[in-house]
Write a protein of this length. Structure first.
Length: 198
């Protein structure tokens, strides 16, 4: 079953008690995309959800959610947000099918445990809040900027900075024998021209 590790703030938002959480193995031995870290934060006085996959640090956000949304539609918000993020990143239908298949079962919820992943998540949230100097930039583009921002915090413990999107592509190739080529040049060309979405 897919595991969502919730920060304390998100546990409170969901009104979860310790009995709602389970003990599960760490991401190091888990199938890629089977485990995600989740957090809620405020941006422009509105609640945003962010999800981070520990092995690749692939992240995506679901913006402008209410407490009612979080409590009643959490799994739906996650799955729709992930599929939209993958689509906007330009993955093939085959890659999307593989990733979405992994998260298709009913979720279990657990506490966060990996400080490296939490550290990377905090950096992503900080990037969103600083808007990269552009408060009008859509959330989808802010998410993609995090994919193309070199960070540390991958499970191998390396202190080397890597791009999450490159690690994501490598995991897809190794796990599923499918190719995904990150569109770095095209993406940054769009950013520089301020043409954000096709």
């Amino acid at each position: 079953m897919p595991t969502i590790r919730l920060t304390q703030k998100l546990q409170q938002e969901l009104d979860f008690k310790p009995s709602n959480l389970v003990n599960v193995q760490s991401a190091d031995s888990m199938e890629p995309f089977k485990e995600w870290y989740a957090h809620v934060y405020l941006l422009n006085r509105k609640k945003q959800l962010i999800f981070v996959e520990p092995q690749t640090l692939y992240s995506f956000s679901v913006e402008d959610v209410t407490r009612k949304d979080i409590r009643e539609r959490f799994e739906d918000l996650f799955k729709k947000g992930l599929s939209r993020s993958l689509f906007l990143e330009g993955v093939s239908s085959a890659v999307m099918s593989k990733v979405m298949e992994v998260v298709s079962d009913e979720f279990v919820f657990a506490k966060t445990e990996n400080r490296r992943t939490i550290g990377a998540m905090n950096e992503f949230v900080k990037s969103h809040k600083f808007d990269y100097g552009d408060p009008e930039r859509p959330m989808e583009i802010r998410d993609r900027l995090n994919h193309y921002m070199p960070v540390r915090g991958f499970p191998n413990g390396s202190k080397k900075h890597e791009f999450p999107i490159d690690v994501f592509a490598n995991v897809i190739k190794q796990r599923y024998q499918l190719n995904f080529e990150p569109h770095k040049k095209d993406f940054f060309k769009k950013i520089m021209s301020e043409t954000y979405l096709d």
